[in-house]
Ligand binder design. Structure first.
Ligand code: CP3
Length: 344
């Protein structure tokens, strides 16, 4: 592993000035070259499962912005898809699946899992060969709770009420679903690492809707299990956890899951973020709408993060994915500002 992948150094707890920089959803609809290839591919899932397209889309933001890290282009929902659940993406509606029932959970078809995901592993292999040596390649999966929310509701909802209700009314089935998802997500990450990724991120976009026992059982426990399994197979590959909306529970999440990197959403107060940095690297946490607005809102947001967190292990990122309406000029301005940071 080349030592010049600065993001890996930061994940080991070292400081880098300026900090390494990438953006969640950096390959996406704000880029004209993405929109063009997306049209050619036909559907979003065709982009994900065709290594020619997936490699190209992953590389687009690297060519344009030379980010320090590249994230594999795919989606978290390919895991339930590989477990035999149907999945489609409709324009303007996001993901659609048939809601899973308690009985269906006992009948999940795991027999085709790795075969279904073979194009993802192939994409990773080609990416590692094509990316500049200095660029960290990040693999990822969705956390079991976030996957379960989409599997249970069948689509996105504002507060994941169907999954929360299911967890109270069908506790055994819920426990079983979370445990299956944890097992297969761990295997999925291990295969991505075998194929060439340098670090992995676990996206728990919906951890913020859980009460205390729910956060413990469905967020911390299964992610700790995934980290344990990944580490047993690949002790030197860092894991970044992104429990969006975890608020005051971020510290417990880091301590109990054992993740090396902590992805912070934009609501995390910077003094709290600074205290979290004492336990290791943090990643974030610019509000993506500051990037849409640009100008002063952007400059002040970037400056506040660099001032508060720039003297410790920091990976500069947004606090959630970039939105399609973001002007490219604002991304360029953010990159210039981060890269001109010389410490204070
Ligand atoms: O970050 C990257 O560039 C890597 C690719 C990536 C995508 N989705 C591509 C994508 C990653 C890491 C994800 C993760 C993902 N997918 C999450 C967790 C992170 C988060 O955003 O909270 C979730 C919850 C999903 C499920 C999902 N996929 C939703 C809810 C949607 C619809 C919302 C939307 O933006 O349209 C998607 C679609 C999706 N995933 C797109 C992209 C580029 C847009 C699809 C298109 O081109 O039409």
């Amino acid at each position: 592993m080349p030592e010049n992948r600065i993001m890996l150094d930061v994940l080991k707890g070292h400081k880098s000035c300026p900090p390494p920089l990438w953006m969640m959803r950096q390959a996406g609809r704000y880029l004209p070259e993405y929109r063009e290839l997306r049209k050619k591919a036909g559907s979003f899932l065709d982009l994900c499962y065709n290594p020619d397209f997936a490699v190209e889309v992953t590389l687009q933001p690297i060519r344009r912005f030379d980010f320090d890290a590249s994230i594999l282009f795919s989606d978290i929902l390919v895991v339930p898809h590989a477990l035999g659940r149907d999945l489609r993406f409709e324009e303007g509606r996001g993901p659609l699946m048939t809601p899973i029932s308690a009985a269906d959970i006992g009948r999940l078809d795991v027999s085709n899992f790795h075969q279904h995901l073979a194009p993802v592993y192939e994409t990773v292999k080609r990416l590692r060969a094509e990316l500049p040596a200095k660029t960290t390649l990040i693999g990822f999966c969705g956390a079991p709770w976030t996957l379960a929310t989409y599997m249970i509701a069948g689509h996105g909802t504002p507060d994941q009420a169907p999954a929360r209700l299911f967890s109270y009314s069908e506790p055994e089935a819920m426990g079983r679903l979370i445990s299956i998802l944890a097992d297969y997500s761990a295997e999925y990450l291990i295969r991505q690492i075998d194929a060439g990724v340098d670090a992995v991120q676990i996206f728990d976009s919906w951890s913020g809707v859980l009460d205390e026992p729910g956060f413990e059982a469905f967020c911390i426990a299964p992610v700790a299990e995934i980290v344990r399994k990944v580490r047993a197979a690949h002790p030197n590959v860092p894991v970044i956890g992104f429990p969006k909306g975890a608020g005051a529970r971020y510290a417990a999440y880091r301590d109990r899951t054992g993740v090396e990197g902590l992805g912070l959403d934009w609501t995390v107060p910077l003094p709290y973020a600074r205290s979290l940095q004492e336990g290791g690297a943090v990643q974030g946490n610019l509000d993506p709408l500051r990037l849409v607005a640009g100008g002063r809102a952007l400059a002040e947001g970037v400056d506040a993060i660099l001032s508060a967190l720039g003297s410790g292990p920091l990976i500069f990122n947004l606090g959630h994915g970039i939105t399609p309406e973001t002007p490219i000029a604002h991304v360029e301005a953010m990159i210039r500002q981060v890269r001109s940071f010389s410490g204070r």
